[in-house]
Design a protein around this ligand. Structure first.
Ligand code: SAM
Length: 303
């Protein structure tokens, strides 16, 4: 059964600004659920005011289930384009400052997405914490996924102290900064200047002194370095395969390449195996990506 309450009728386009203003004034009736009405939203207010009207609202006695979303720092990325759900997330989670909806898949060389702001602050930037390390992220400027957090810990756990590491596609530096704890040095390369700029900030904010940011095309690294590393990280799913010959030139014999890929579940590994001299290889499931398709990692010991 609904409850009659005074409310303001607002066009969806300006709705977020009004919601914030009502929250700031303390006039939004938070015990009632904001209601859609065609192209407009009805905001329940605590008392009659200019332009208000009476309408019936659902009471928020119980916790409303929040829409499906992923958290990156203070940003919630919703699975659906859901402005009401976005407002519910902001009301429910004090640490969330912005709710976004991805208007595109990952695209282009820099592997970024385009986002629309559904609610909260007008930004795609935030601070994300992963296992005690903090990272400045700007989702529209540079790739970041929180979903590889346990993968980064797995690699850190299998490392020996003092290893020399190369991250060929470093982004804003989550692998590089986390692996730096055990490594003697980590070279962190990316083609995207915005990613490298955030990487530099992340090196500083975590006070690591053994990560070297490199703005370069990973294909040119064998010529630049003329030397080899104990461990090479290749996190560029869909496209990393073409860089495997370069990676094998950059990895010491007996060293390890971590090669991430998106593969169909029954896919044959032979093309990957044939590109470089391999002593041993283990394929691991990282997470499911789409029906019949998985994000996997090949841990490759180079011959
Ligand atoms: N490793 C990071 C992480 O886990 O958050 C970023 C991975 S993201 C999937 C791939 C990164 O590779 C992007 O930041 C993109 O800019 C970079 N990239 C794409 N092509 C590249 C190239 N030819 N050389 C160096 N970096 C490249």
């Amino acid at each position: 059964m609904g409850k009659q309450q005074w409310c303001l009728r607002v066009n969806r386009q300006g709705a977020e600004a009004v919601r914030r203003a009502l929250l700031d004034e303390g006039t939004l009736d938070k015990s009632l659920k904001i209601r859609p009405d065609g192209d407009e939203l009805l905001f329940p207010v605590i008392s009659e005011c200019e332009g208000s009207m009476l309408a019936e609202f659902e009471e928020l006695h119980q916790r409303v289930p929040l829409p499906r979303h992923e958290l990156v720092g203070g940003i919630a990325i919703l699975a659906e384009d859901d402005i009401i759900g976005a407002a519910a997330i902001l009301a429910d989670r004090p640490s969330v400052h912005t709710a976004l909806f991805a208007e595109s898949a990952v695209e282009g060389e820099f592997r970024t997405k385009r986002f629309r702001i559904l609610a909260g602050e007008e930004t795609t930037a935030t601070i994300h914490t992963e296992y005690g390390r903090t990272f400045r992220i700007d989702l529209e400027k540079a790739y970041f996924s929180a979903r590889l957090a346990s993968e980064r810990q797995r690699i850190a756990a299998m490392m020996n102290e003092g290893e020399e590491v190369l991250d060929m596609f470093a982004g804003v530096g989550p692998f590089a900064v986390i692996l730096a704890e055990k490594a003697s040095i980590v070279w962190a390369c990316d083609l995207n200047p915005e990613a490298v700029s955030l990487l530099i900030e992340n090196i500083a904010r975590n006070r690591v002194s053994n990560v070297i940011p490199v703005l370069a095309d990973a294909a040119s690294l064998p010529e630049v370095y003329g030397r080899r590393f104990d461990r090479v990280i290749m996190n560029l799913p869909l496209m990393a395969e073409t860089f495997l010959p370069a990676a094998s030139l950059l990895c010491k014999p007996g060293g390890m390449i971590h090669f991430y890929a998106l593969v169909a579940d029954e896919e044959d590994d032979t093309p990957i195996l044939s590109r470089i001299p391999i002593r041993a290889m283990e394929k691991r499931f990282v997470r499911s990506y789409a029906p019949g398709r998985s994000h996997v990692v090949y841990d490759i010991v180079v011959e």
